[in-house]
Design a binder for this molecule. Structure first.
Ligand code: DC
Length: 222
């Protein structure tokens, strides 16, 4: 069978809290590749919509089409600049995560963000992470990974991330929100979260982030 040429890309999908960002950032740094956090783009749209009080999804899709968005490298890690403003920290709240998940079920919003993501990865040498990077954004990635962990472990990790922050949610609240997000992200009609053909499934329950990075690097170099 004739197969297409694969792209020099590692694409990682998986549910909320599986450790995708930590692992993808470390891989990008080890390989000298560019990191693309596709979820941050959905979060950016959610933040713009929330600030402008826009609930109508068609109007939100218009916001997505009109925004100027770029990722900028910095000593403190990659920054997300939208319409000239650094929103990297502002998008990291549970509310924005929930809202991004809800808005991401809308095809008009997905179409616009996927179009931009495909443009960004055109040159390859990237590590992508999200919910549809292995299935829709870059199905021809040379390595596709589905990174997962149990709900309890993912909730525990998120709890540690929020610890000490004002208004930090309880472990029970985080667990409930993860269950709801898993359900929404994997049952939506357009590009649901699923294990892609040829994806390597890694269950990170009893692995450290470093062990996951090493496992993926070994696959990449094999
Ligand atoms: O990975 P994250 O928690 O930052 O993503 C926030 C939401 O954005 C997630 O719940 C679903 C949506 N998303 C998506 O639909 N497709 C992607 N490739 C990435 C994120």
């Amino acid at each position: 069978m004739l197969t297409g040429v694969s792209k020099e890309v590692i694409a990682i999908d998986g549910p909320a809290g599986a450790g995708k960002s930590t692992v993808a950032k470390a891989l990008a740094s080890r390989l000298g590749f560019t990191y693309l956090d596709t979820g941050a783009m959905y979060r950016a749209v959610a933040l713009l919509a929330m600030r402008q009080g826009i609930g109508d999804v068609e109007e939100v899709a218009g916001l997505a089409r009109g925004m100027e968005l770029r990722f900028e490298p910095s000593a403190a890690g990659q920054q997300l600049i939208v319409n000239g403003e650094n929103i990297s920290t502002l998008i990291r709240t549970p509310e924005i995560g929930e809202s991004a998940s809800a808005l991401s079920t809308h095809s008009g919003i997905r179409r616009e963000l996927v179009r931009r993501q495909k443009d960004m990865i055109a040159a390859g040498r990237m590590v992508l992470e999200g919910r549809d990077t292995t299935t829709v954004v870059c199905p021809d990635a040379r390595l596709k990974v589905y990174l997962t962990a149990s709900v309890q472990e993912r909730a525990r990790r998120r709890f540690m991330e929020y610890a000490g922050k004002p208004d930090a949610p309880t472990l029970q609240e985080i667990e409930a929100s993860i269950v709801a997000r898993d359900h929404r992200d994997s049952t939506r009609e357009d590009s649901p979260l699923r294990v892609a053909e040829e994806a390597v499934v890694i269950d990170s329950d009893s692995m450290t982030a470093d062990e996951v990075v090493d496992a993926i690097l070994a696959l990449w170099l094999s």
